[in-house]
Ligand binder design. Structure first.
Ligand code: ADP
Length: 668
């Protein structure tokens, strides 16, 4: 039992700290669209009905028939009630669910509201001027806010509930100012079973007591719920009360159905409007953007199931949470089995979907359903179809696909590593930034079509910053030869690229690893290879001196094929991991120490030529300083720190001083 629930009846209990914070923001209506309170309450009511529908498989006596959510406005008493005949709540449920933040989305919403945004939100709140603009409101719009949104429109909220199968009922009550109470109520005053939420509508929100207003909101936001929504109104005198009586209402009231409650996915596509799809997506995703792609199909054949899948247009907040799995709602013949079935692999975890199967068994546990071979077959079918739809989109509507890739490409690429079976399919849709297409969006097949004469590999450069990669000296020689290089800056890139065999018969090769081997590729038009002309043989003594100076810090010093503008760079040896991978491994403590790099030198660079000419000079300190500075410069270009910062600083100062003095002497 929770601490809150241990309190005696009626004693007032404090909300969890986060709830208090949220309520403050809510009540001050930073969320400009107050209408959403109804959407949230109706969605809770529908969830409660779906839970009871499931429980009734094991306890048929608990099922009320039929399920419905009823809304009633009492203008005179300024009350709006929303009543469902779903699963209901026990006293503990009331304390836990409505006294704490049960919903992960709400918690994340609060966490995402950074101090700055929150300040802005609170300023807006203080000024009592709800706005739709500004980061706070944009941000809030992405989340479902849940039950507490009721306090945007109500001074006080009562929740009377009876759990299905229980013979006790309770009333939870709060004015949303920091405390709530829970008291037992007689059974005849409570739904049997279910939950009645009574809102004591505040002065500013009287419009929500108008039936046409309620109807508008229901149609706009809740028509895709899988439970019918009804409104109870005073009977219209001229029509008599016959109809009302038929519906089982008395006191001159009649019930009017606003939505049919038929599961959206069971309807033919042609009968569903884009708005209904969007609304349904929002309910499934708990996110309030528009879907970027909607896929709705019915699989027939060995297994029969219907799928309604959405790709969001915004990244869900927990996209990179390691605990986040590919989640979807699994129904078996219209009965909701679970909200988070693993219906798609990890690399499709941003897809929100509903699957309704006719073949899965209903009368076994949730866990067993998901372990059945039929479930595995459905998962495979769903995954293949989504990949197929993405492929089609990439071919037919590249722009639309580009936005999806922009948001989720780094997640989809995880499939290149984890899902060997679909790797080829994924290579078809994967898009990359390259040295010639730094904005991204380059397909591998276009890269492959652009290979240069004698080019034997697909080259890539790994790192964690695209801008730095694009400016890397390692690319110079490749540019000169017109060789395109993939710039891979996502975390996952290091993994798939080192395990993939290749694409289109060409292996993937890191430009920072081993000898560049690009001499056989002809220079691009108008380029000359100065390094070839330079007398590399004459540099042997300089290289030996460099090696001696840098000592244990390098494996070797050699001439470079890959440089043209820069004097030097660092590469990994031919065997062993790429430098970036090595760094990543070292950061995660997987290798004792990163292997030593090879220091590659551009023989045609004037600085190298000057150093070579100066080799006999008595000022050995200057030579050493320059060599160390070159080494540290190469490290900096890779996004690393100088090997030894204090030495780096003193050497730089010494060289600058010498340069300044010689300039002075020369009278510059
Ligand atoms: P969410 O619905 O996303 O979990 P809410 O803040 O809207 O977040 O609701 C919190 C919890 O309160 C729900 O998860 C559910 O357990 C419970 N709850 C809310 N409304 C109802 C209801 N009408 N019937 C049963 N339980 C409810």
């Amino acid at each position: 039992m929770t601490e809150a629930a241990e309190h005696k009846s009626g004693e007032s209990q404090a909300f969890q700290a986060d709830v208090a914070r949220l309520l403050h923001l809510m009540v001050h209506s930073i969320y400009s669209d107050r209408d959403i309170f109804l959407r949230e309450l109706l969605s809770n009511g529908a969830d409660a009905c779906e839970k009871l529908r499931y429980e009734a498989i094991a306890h048929p006596e608990r099922a009320p028939a039929p399920f419905a959510i009823k809304i009633k406005a009492d203008k005179e008493n300024r009350r709006l009630t929303i009543e469902d005949n779903g699963i209901g709540m026990t006293r503990e449920d009331l304390a836990d669910s409505l006294g704490t933040i049960a919903r992960s989305g709400t918690k994340a919403f609060l966490d995402t509201l950074t101090a700055e945004v929150q300040e802005e939100a609170e300023r807006e709140a203080e000024a009592d001027r709800p706005q739709k603009t500004g980061p706070a409101s944009d941000l809030i719009g992405q989340f479902g806010i849940g039950f507490y949104s009721a306090f945007m429109v109500a001074d006080k909220v009562d929740v009377t509930s009876r759990r299905a199968g229980s013979d006790q009922a309770f009333n939870w009550s709060s004015d949303g100012k920091g405390t709530f109470t829970i008291v037992p109520v007689p059974l005849e005053d409570a739904p049997a079973p279910g939950t009645r939420v009574t809102l004591h509508i505040n002065d500013a929100s009287q419009n929500y007591l108008e039936p046409y207003e309620i109807e508008r909101i229901v149609r706009e936001h809740s028509s895709a719920l899988a439970v019918p929504i009804e409104i109870i109104e005073p009977a219209k005198p001229e029509e008599g009360t016959e109809e009302g009586e038929k519906a089982g209402e008395n006191k001159g009231e009649e019930t009017r159905r606003l939505t049919d409650g038929a599961a959206l996915w069971t309807k033919p596509k042609s009968a569903i409007t884009p708005e209904q799809y969007t609304e349904f997506y929002r309910d499934v995703a708990g996110q309030f953007d528009e879907p970027a792609l909607t896929i709705h199909w019915r699989a027939e054949g060995r297994h029969e199931y219907t799928v309604l899948a959405f790709i969001p247009s915004l990244r869900p907040f927990d996209l990179f949470d390691p605990a986040r799995k590919g989640r979807g709602r699994l129904y078996v013949r219209r009965v909701l089995i679970t909200q988070d079935a693993e219906l798609v692999p990890h690399w499709l975890r941003f897809v929100r979907l509903v699957v309704d199967s006719n073949d899965l068994p209903l009368n076994v546990s949730r866990e067993m359903i998901q372990e059945s071979p039929v479930f595995a077959a459905i998962k495979k079918g769903v995954t293949n179809r989504i990949l197929q739809e993405l492929t089609k989109l990439s071919e037919n509507e590249p722009e639309k696909f580009a936005t999806i890739w922009e948001h989720f490409g780094s997640v989809i690429k995880e499939g290149l590593y984890e899902d060997a079976e679909r790797r080829d399919g994924l290579f078809k849709i994967a898009r990359f930034a390259t040295s010639t297409h730094t904005d991204g969006g380059r397909a591998l097949k276009d890269y492959a079509a652009n290979l240069r004469e004698n080019q034997t590999a697909i080259y890539y450069l790994l790192g964690d910053d695209l801008k730095r990669l694009a400016a890397s000296p390692q690319l110079e020689g490749f540019r000169k030869r017109g060789i395109e290089v993939l710039l891979l800056a996502d975390h996952i890139d290091a993994f798939w690229v080192s395990t993939a065999v290749g694409f289109d018969g060409k292996p993937f090769k890191s430009v920072t690893q081993g000898a560049a081997d690009i001499k056989n590729v002809p220079l691009a038009e108008g380029e000359e290879d100065r390094s070839a002309a330079a007398d590399a043989g004459g540099l042997a003594a300089l290289f030996a001196f460099m090696k001696q100076t840098l000592g244990e810090n390098v494996e070797d010093v050699r001439t470079s094929d890959r440089l043209s503008e820069s004097p030097a760079c660092l590469v990994a040896s031919d065997f062993g991991p790429d430098r970036h991978v090595e760094r990543m491994l070292a950061e995660h403590g997987h290798l004792g120490k990163a292997a030593k790099p090879i220091f590659e030198v551009n023989p045609a660079h004037p600085l190298i030529e000057a150093l070579n000419a100066d080799l006999a000079s008595p000022d050995k300190e200057k030579l050493e300083d320059i060599i160390w500075l070159l080494f540290d410069e190469a490290r900096l270009m890779e996004g690393e720190q100088p090997a030894d910062a204090p030495h780096f600083a003193s050497r730089l100062t010494r060289i600058l001083l010498k340069a300044a003095k010689s300039a002075e002497k020369a009278g510059v």
